[in-house]
Design a protein around this ligand. Structure first.
Ligand SMILES: *Cc1c(COP(=O)(O)O)cnc(C)c1O
Length: 363
């Protein structure tokens, strides 16, 4: 039967987002290393703020997020007037596509770029355009060549997920200066806090009027389950995004936990230090077992196997031992597995299991 009820153009092109698994049937003692979560979770201050916020659940939340924006502005040295908060940074990505891209427009990203860029562009009816990378690194020349008079948004994550690689400030600045006049460069800084001293691109936002930065509380802040993110951009763009933002898009609990989290930088520093230490240890252990990876700037490692068949077998082997990592075939990386840097015991379990796998131990 053909129906006259049809969705907007682009919607049916969307392949549903597949999140990281959290269970293996029949295996106890599993550890989830498939979604780049902070293995330590949030700090005590955020946990306590979340509990307290429960007392106000009959009250509508703030519509302007003034408290959270002030706290973010103070911590990151940014103008709170140009910060917008959303239901994860995913919502900021949606706002940008909804506001600036539609049928006939192009939204650019790289071949192993974060999958939400494509999903969100398609939801807006725009045409997703993918350009090549150079050995799993964002290629500014390829992005500039991929631009046209129809390009409205250019997304890069720096560091990128799932590759873990990043490009330098000069390259990002060259990209911002080279894109067409009608286009916005979006710098996704979901992993920026894992790079000590890195501003995520905030300086470039200050210096130009065509750059937006997105950030999240889902990764180093350990609040992925609560869904809080934010964006920073020129006043004229933030004003536009606020018009399509639902007035009550964030709950009391989200706002309170995020505000407490951003004020608890000791927890961030501790999480970063542990990640840096264990990431180096894990990468080296895997390399010793013949599984190389690019130097990661984030909280995961993209482990490269000899073939898609070997990557799949390794995934099966790890799962049988309760170690849930992420296959990245949908990111055009069929011979790789993305492994979140967990706590020390998880890292040891992964290294040991990969060693057994490579030594030919039966699954
Ligand atoms: C995890 C991640 C995000 C964060 O999404 P939220 O909606 O804030 O949870 C954004 N961009 C990239 C590249 C990510 O890996």
């Amino acid at each position: 039967m053909t129906s006259k009820i049809i969705p907007q153009p682009g919607i049916m092109d969307i392949a549903l987002y597949v999140g990281g698994d959290s269970k293996v049937a029949g295996v106890n003692d599993t550890v989830k290393l498939s979604s780049n979560e902070n293995p330590f979770g949030p700090g005590d201050a955020a946990r306590e703020a979340f509990r307290r916020a429960g007392q106000d659940m009959h009250r509508y939340p703030s519509t302007d997020h003034a408290g959270l924006r002030a706290a973010i502005g103070a911590q990151y040295g940014l103008d709170p007037e140009r910060i917008i908060c959303g239901v994860g940074s995913d919502e900021i990505i949606h706002f940008l596509n909804q506001a600036y891209a539609g049928p006939g427009d192009e939204v650019l990203f790289t071949e192993h770029g974060f999958s939400m860029y494509r999903i969100s562009a398609s939801a807006a009816g725009a045409t997703p355009v993918e350009v090549r990378e150079r050995e799993r690194v964002t290629d500014v020349d390829a992005l500039l060549e991929g631009c046209s008079e129809r390009t409205k948004l250019v997304f890069i994550a720096n560091p990128n997920n799932p590759t873990g690689t990043m490009i330098g400030g000069n390259e990002v600045a060259r990209l911002a200066a080279g894109i067409p006049d009608q286009a916005i460069l979006v710098l996704d800084g979901a992993y920026a806090e894992y790079v000590q001293g890195f501003d995520g691109g905030a300086g470039l936002v200050e210096a130009r009027d065509n750059v937006v930065m997105t950030r999240t509380f889902s990764k180093i802040y350990g609040l992925g389950g609560l869904r809080i993110g934010w964006g920073y951009g020129p006043k004229h763009i933030i004003d536009v995004l606020n018009r399509i933002r639902g007035p009550f898009n964030l709950s009391n609990a989200q706002l309170a936990a995020a505000e407490a989290a951003v004020k608890d930088q000791a927890h961030v520093e501790q999480s970063r230090a542990e990640n840096t230490r264990l990431r180096a240890w894990l990468a080296e252990a895997l390399a010793e077992h013949g599984v190389p990876s690019d130097t990661s700037c984030a909280n995961f490692i993209l482990a490269r196997f000899a073939s898609p068949t070997e990557a799949e077998a390794a995934d099966t082997f790890l799962r049988a031992r309760g170690l849930i990592v992420r296959r990245v075939t949908s990111y055009n990386l069929p011979n790789c597995l993305r492994i979140t840097v967990g706590d020390e015991s998880s890292c040891r379990r992964v290294a040991h299991a990969i060693g057994q796998f490579k030594a030919g131990v039966e699954a």
